[in-house]
Design a protein around this ligand. Structure first.
Ligand SMILES: [Zn+2]
Ligand SMILES: [Zn+2]
Length: 343
């Protein structure tokens, strides 16, 4: 699926024509102060339902986070409606053509406490007081500045397979953890250093940049649209690519190759490899990096124990699983004692 950002009117026209009777899949987010999310939610539902919009939209006092699809022929009307909402005028839309048209079956607009579950309490600081947005070209210049500290706001398993040259990549499982670690590490440089941050699609930095400003950092910058948009701009504007390796993505592909560098290692044998897999033992499902040789030798499992269980008849496996939670998925996030080469 090809994602398009910040399309011109002409480009949009071509896209809609290309889509024909298909739907366009759109995602966008915006931090803003919404006084009454319930009323806002109803307003969106009434207007978007009329345009046959389907999708999952979260609305909170801190903003909106939307994943939705709209018939290509209704796109202009949808865009016009967005533009009637002050804080969504010209919001950056990620758009893709969805040929199977089944990404969403209903329109669900939900009121939540937060638009992303990031563990940061709502109301402690102003989320709209964010850092300076920079595009790929400015970002490339900024990260060469000796006064810049470049920080990767993603989790360890994301930055492990790909990150920007010279970036600090906190060894954390959650966004919340990285906020504290970075603040502590950079406590003496709140005024003299430029704090430049990036993440996958930009949304985590929206919050993080506001958080660091609230914590007293004077020069805070963020990569607009994240690695996804950076890659697009590097290609379309023929800029130098400063991202090494793969961009971790949260769909079945797990990673999108951006440069030919392989910066990670197989967690079982240590050979260069940046392919994430899930342990084939369904009761484990651990996310880890495994080379093809190890995949063959271990029957796609993360450990001898898992290999043994995975070899049992399915009914027996099910019996073993009874009453147990899939703990790796929830708590370990890609960490396990059995992985010899996981740093
Ligand atoms: Zn290996
Ligand atoms: Zn396993």
């Amino acid at each position: 699926m090809q994602l398009y950002n910040t399309l011109s009117a002409k480009e949009r026209e071509i896209l809609i024509e290309e889509a024909g009777k298909d739907r366009l899949t759109i995602s966008f987010y915006k931090y803003a102060h919404i006084g009454n999310p319930e009323i806002f939610r109803n307003h969106l539902f009434i207007n978007w339902d009329a345009l046959e919009v389907l999708g999952r939209i979260y609305v909170a006092k801190e903003g909106i986070n939307a994943q939705l699809s709209v018939p290509a022929e209704n796109f202009e009307a949808f865009k016009a409606h967005l533009d009637t909402i002050t804080f969504l005028e010209n919001v950056r839309l990620n758009i893709a053509i969805e040929h199977d048209n089944k990404s969403f079956l209903k329109l669900k607009v939900k009121v939540r406490n937060q638009i992303v579950a990031d563990g940061l309490d709502d109301g402690t600081f102003d989320v709209t007081n964010k850092g300076v947005h920079v595009n790929a070209e400015m970002f490339n210049q900024l990260i060469e500045d000796p006064d810049t500290v470049l920080v990767d706001m993603r989790n360890h398993y994301e930055s492990e397979i790909g990150h920007f040259k010279n970036a600090i990549t906190p060894d954390v499982d959650t966004f919340r953890d990285s906020l504290d670690i970075i603040e502590k590490d950079l406590a003496d440089h709140k005024e003299d250093k430029k704090l430049v941050m990036y993440c996958t699609g930009g949304i985590r930095c929206e919050k993080a940049s506001a958080y660091y400003k609230h914590k007293g950092f004077k020069q805070v910058y963020q990569l607009e649209g994240g690695i996804i948009e950076y890659t697009r701009q590097v290609e379309s504007q023929k800029l130098e690519n400063k991202f090494l390796g793969k961009n971790f993505v949260f769909d079945h592909r797990r990673g999108e190759r951006i440069s030919e560098d392989v910066i990670a290692n197989c967690h079982q044998c240590g050979n260069p490899c940046d392919t994430h897999v899930n342990c084939a033992n369904e009761a484990c499902h651990l996310l880890f990096i495994q080379c093809e040789d190890c995949a063959t030798a271990m029957n796609n499992c993360c450990s001898d124990d898992c290999k043994e269980i995975h070899a049992l008849p399915y009914e027996e496996q099910k019996e073993l699983r009874k009453g147990k939670v899939v703990s790796n998925k929830i708590f370990k996030k890609g960490r396990s004692e059995v992985l010899k080469f996981k740093k």
